[in-house]
Design a protein. Structure first.
Length: 332
């Protein structure tokens, strides 16, 4: 099979490329390197079944050419990370909405199957935990820029489902919950790599708020397996799936686990949301997925525990010591 991955030089995209190349498929990636990195795919560049194009997903002629060459499309290119979303809401909205418009329009010409990566952020302020795919989305006020990302990804979902219902373009939607693993950077506010780098360098582990907010972290390898399984299954077309883990942990406990696993003496400090992201920032107290739907279709269950995930990230940064001391923005 020939596979196109937009955002293929990013954290998840590069691991997805690895899996398809290893499976024996031919992989084409498109990335403008705005948040991805050539280092993530350097090991693949000489492989005969791997091809990469450095260009924006907004460039319709390039997208059209790549779509024509491929059998299926993974659309992962997006503006990601709380820091980027808060600081650059225009970029967030334009990147997410227009990029998806271009990919769907070009895929529709040849009816190529498309998987769109959405996010658990679309559940917003909902308190109906665990989140089910058919549950209500509860977004905050439009005056709070934090919700521009969630809204833009919800529009992506509406558009992809509309292409399926109206134009019979086979589309699959996945809502990703806090994917972590090697190659992920803390540059845009991702909490696990930020905590690990802080711990390894002896700097304070910085928590926003009181640390009682909880998340479920999923290994990137488990997520990649889920994405491939959904792309391969005809029953996934026209549906929305949560992809994540149900192992819930508070951010306070996460910081303590990172400190323990690294053997660090770093202190844990708390920083008000207002100081990190500005006045009026809102966060979700819990973000837990219901995984019944994806398990029923493809048998998905995450394989790695939180400690195993953290150990992998710690090993990755220990093997790249120059990265561990780099100053990073505050975590999500």
């Amino acid at each position: 099979m020939r596979v196109l991955i937009t955002g293929g030089a990013g954290f998840i995209g590069s691991h997805l490329a690895d899996a398809y190349v290893e499976r024996g498929d031919e992989v084409f990636i498109l990335d403008d390197l705005s948040t991805g990195s050539i280092d993530n795919i350097r090991h693949l560049r000489a492989h005969p079944r791997f091809h990469y194009t450095i260009e924006s997903v907004h460039h319709a002629p390039t997208v059209a050419e790549l779509v024509d060459q491929c059998d299926v499309v993974f659309h992962l290119a997006a503006a990601v990370g709380v820091k980027l979303i808060v600081e650059s809401p225009v970029r967030t909205i334009e990147t997410n909405v227009h990029g998806t418009e271009v990919v769907l329009a070009q895929a529709n010409k040849k009816k190529k199957k498309v998987l769109i990566a959405s996010t658990s952020e679309v559940y917003g302020l909902s308190e109906d935990v665990p989140f089910r795919e058919d549950g209500n989305l509860v977004l905050g006020a439009t005056t709070k820029g934090r919700w521009s990302y969630a809204c833009s990804k919800a529009i992506d979902e509406f558009l992809a489902l509309a292409y399926w219902k109206e134009r019979k373009l086979p589309t699959v939607l996945v809502r990703l919950f806090n994917t972590v693993g090697p190659r992920q950077t803390g540059q845009y506010g991702m909490v696990v790599p930020t905590f690990v780098k802080q711990a390894l360098s002896g700097r304070p582990l910085t928590i926003h708020g009181d640390g009682s907010q909880s998340r479920c972290f999923t290994d990137v390898g488990d997520v990649v397996s889920a994405l491939i399984g959904l792309m391969d299954h005809p029953g996934a077309v026209g549906e929305v799936f949560n992809v994540g883990s149900s192992e819930e942990v508070t951010i306070q406990r996460l910081a303590e686990r990172v400190r323990s696993l690294t053997g660090s003496a770093s202190e844990i400090v708390h920083i008000p949301y207002e100081k990190a992201y500005g006045e009026g920032f809102e966060d979700m107290p819990r973000r837990v997925p219901c995984l019944d739907k994806i398990h029923a279709l493809i048998g998905y269950r995450p394989r790695k525990s939180l400690d195993q995930i953290l150990a992998g990230v710690i090993d990755f940064f220990r093997d790249a010591p120059t990265c561990s001391t780099r100053s990073e923005p505050l975590p999500e």
